[in-house]
Structures are given as C-alpha cells and as structure tokens.
Design a protein around this ligand. Structure first.
Ligand code: PXP
Length: 261
C-alpha cells in the first residue's frame, strides 16, 4: 500500500502568521526517510495554503512523485500543466468549504473534465479523479481516460468519528439524532460502497486510491479493501506531527498501512 502525505497544512500554519515558516519544502526529505511514497498537495483557487511558489519549488526538488490536487478551473489546469507534477488529482472546489466536501461530479462536468484531462495528458501528467463511491462516476472516469480514481472516504470518516466521539464536532452534528446501532449500520454500508466501487474500478483497469478524513484508527478497516493501492492522508498526520514530529507521524501511519499494528 502506497502512502501519499498531504502537506497542505504545513502551509496552513505558515499562512496563519503570514511569514515564511514552517516551509512545506522542508518536509520532503523527512517524508522520504519515514517511508512515504508520494507528496500530495492542493493548489486551491483561493491559495489558502499551498501557493504557486511552494508548488514550483516542491515539484522541482522532490525525490518522491508529486500528486497535485486541483480543480478543473482552466486557469488552474494551465498552471498545473506548466508545473508538470507526476499526477494531477481533479477535485471539486468551493470557496466557502473548510475542506473538500464530496467527490467531483464527472458526469455533470463532463465537458470541462474531458478538456482538463486532455490538456494534462498532452503535458505528460497522469490523471486521477477524486470521486464518490458511485459506479456511474467510475465508469465515466474510465471513459474520459483517467488512469486512476481516488475514492472519497469523507463520509466513512465522519460516521466513524460520530461513533467514537461524543463531543459536539462539526461532522457529528450530521449524525446527532441517529442512534449507535443505526450509525454502525451506516458505517458498514459506507464501507461496502467503497469496497464495491474499488472492485469495479479495478475490474475496468483503473488504479484505485482513497483519501479524506483517514486517520490512525479508521484507516485499519480501509486496508481490508485489497483493490485500494494508495492512500492520501494529510490532516491526521500533520496533527500528530505537532506532538511526535513529522518523521514519527509518517512512519507510524506507514507502519499501520503495512499491517504493523
Ligand atoms: N485526498 C484528496 C483528494 C483531498 O482533497 C484531501 C484533502 O485535501 C486529502 C486526500 C487528504 O485529506 P485529509 O487531510 O482529511 O487527510
């Protein structure tokens, strides 16, 4: 199982002070030493964390492949084409969201997605689609020539959180009036959706990644889905790094996904 570490939140901390540290570039060597297989980052339209200069320096100097998350906005796609990361992961983007909510609707945005994929491919950049576990979205991703999909695990993670914490966290409010038995069933349903989606994607020869909201606890069940070969994890690793250091935080996740738990 490959691990992509999303380093956006290193830039989030830097930007909170509007100065030059911590520099996300400094994470690269540590990620590599700790066993990460990929650097993931998101050049958002509002540049709330990673900016163009970060992206350029990281892509130019990374020993690990770089997976650039981006919207299908034409201006952004042109920037990604000029930066030439190893892969682009197309995600939906809303300015007002705290983080990426839900997968990209490839069917609704077919024309724009097709154009983005063609441009990225013309620049030798692999394309992954960040989508919900939905058969039609998977088939459309294949039809539009994406090499890979990344299944959105956000709903699974939110239900897991609601089941394991009682405090009034934002995702928990969605499940406030649902009893534990029902939540357990919903978690199982969500897991099965991810499992069936991963299987379909592999059957039609798409590579399968998963990500969003994964942490040291909820990732264990996801590891049972053999068709998933890559996980992209950010918030939980950076949150842990505050206490343990980045090396330990990445190594611990890598150990878990290698079955050492
Ligand atoms: N994968 C994709 C496509 C994402 O948009 C994000 C969030 O930027 C992640 C993975 C990482 O999510 P988290 O920070 O919740 O681990």
């Amino acid at each position: 199982m490959k691990l992509g570490v999303n380093i956006d939140h290193i830039a989030t901390i830097r930007n909170a002070r509007k100065i030059n540290e911590p520099d996300p570039l400094m994470a690269l060597e540590i990620l590599k030493q700790a066993g990460a297989n990929q650097v993931t980052m998101h050049l958002r339209e509002d540049r709330r964390h990673i900016n163009d200069f970060d992206a350029k320096r990281i892509i130019e100097s990374s020993f690990l492949p770089v997976n650039m998350e981006c919207s299908i906005n034409e201006e952004i796609i042109d920037i990604i084409c000029s930066l030439k990361p190893h892969r682009a992961t197309l995600v939906p983007e809303k300015r007002e969201e705290v983080t990426t909510e839900g997968g990209l609707d490839v069917i609704k945005n077919e024309k724009r997605v097709k154009k983005a994929i063609e441009k990225l491919h013309a620049n030798d950049i692999e394309v992954s689609m960040f989508i919900d576990a939905d058969f039609e979205q998977i088939k459309k991703s294949k039809e539009l020539n994406a090499e890979m999909i990344e299944l959105h695990t956000g709903k699974y993670a939110n239900i897991f959180l609601a089941l394991n914490t009682n405090i009034n966290l934002t995702p928990n409010k969605l499940y406030k009036n649902i009893n534990r038995m029902t939540l357990k069933k919903e978690l199982k349903t969500e897991f099965n959706l991810l499992k069936d989606a991963a299987k379909l994607a592999k059957d039609i020869e798409l590579e399968v990644a998963a990500g969003h909201g994964l942490n040291y606890q909820n990732v264990i069940e996801i590891l049972k889905i053999n068709e998933i070969t890559e996980l992209n994890i950010g918030h939980s690793i950076i949150a842990n790094a505050i206490f343990t250091g980045l090396f330990e935080a990445v190594k611990k996740m890598k150990d878990i996904i290698n079955g050492k738990f």
